[in-house]
Design a protein around this ligand. Structure first.
Ligand code: FES
Length: 279
């Protein structure tokens, strides 16, 4: 019997929140709600700012990952200018509409995370309470799964993956630029600021999260979902499995760090923090 597109009755009906569990089953969904909710609020606020996303006062270019690649705006540091003019509103943008260069960027990493297999399981529980945790009563009487609209659209995740992989390359490039400092005479040389390390960690953490993606494992494994198959595809599958086993951990580390990277650069650009030069 196929269950495709069928509304299934839940096997056990309980009132919402009712359970025989005696552990603190509510704690994990609560932490997810607070952590993910805080990130959504901060990233939305930062995206609407449209300023302080770039810092070049120390000589190297630090560009916030929320605004990279920068399609509109200015991100060229002058060695003697600590405040870089920003904005870049194109002529065709409606005057009544707020503008930020981040609007052109965040749909891609945001869509990638929103459709991630791990996050789906996490926010279905903590935000939609569907169910709030295993063996806990939920506020619905049936289960539709992801076979119908709108949740069937979650399958777009594999396409977001292709875009996310490009973003990792761009963020690595941004991190490398963070290690290239220009003197007052305009000559560039290798250096290390605290921001250089913050940006490099951001690219690494996001890379670890992206390279542990279930869709990537399926793709590089020759679409066979086989870790013991001989040949390069089996090896590639096993390799991604190494990161995939810690996918939740990398999801949270990279989420926190990408927000912190924006915050760090924002604080430096606003003149509230100074970027210590380590080398
Ligand atoms: S499954 Fe989480 S990023 Fe693809």
């Amino acid at each position: 019997m196929t269950t495709t597109g069928t509304n299934l009755p839940l096997p056990q009906q309980r009132d919402f929140g009712k359970t025989n569990r005696t552990d603190r089953w509510w704690l994990k969904p609560l932490l997810v709600f607070l952590g993910f909710g805080a990130f959504v609020v901060y990233s939305t606020w930062a995206a609407f700012q449209g300023t302080n996303y770039f810092y070049g006062g120390g000589g190297a270019d630090y560009l916030s990952p929320f605004y990279s690649p920068l399609l509109f705006g200015i991100a060229e540091a002058h060695p003697l200018i600590s405040v870089v003019p920003e904005g870049g509103r194109p002529d065709w943008w409606p005057v009544w509409m707020p503008f930020s260069a981040a609007f052109f960027i965040l749909w891609a990493p945001g869509g990638f995370r929103f459709t991630c297999y791990y996050y789906r399981g996490a926010y279905y529980k903590s935000f939609w309470l569907d169910p709030v945790n295993c063996a806990v009563g939920e506020p619905r009487k049936g289960y539709r799964g992801e076979q119908k609209l709108p949740l069937i659209l979650q399958n777009i995740h594999r396409y977001f993956l292709y875009v996310a992989l490009i973003f990792i390359v761009i963020l690595l490039w941004d991190a490398m630029k963070g290690f290239w400092f220009k003197d007052a005479d305009g000559v560039g040389h290798f250096g290390i600021g605290l921001g250089s390390i913050v940006m490099l960690c951001n690219a690494i953490f996001l890379g670890a999260y992206t390279c542990g993606c279930h869709s990537l494992r399926h793709l590089v494994g020759g679409r066979q979902d086989c870790g013991t198959c001989p040949g390069p595809s089996g090896k590639a599958y096993s390799c991604v499995s190494g990161l995939n086993g810690k996918h939740m951990m990398w999801a949270w580390i990279s989420l926190f760090w990408v927000g912190f990277t924006d915050f760090y650069i924002r604080m430096c650009a606003a003149g509230i923090w100074s970027d210590p030069r380590l080398f």
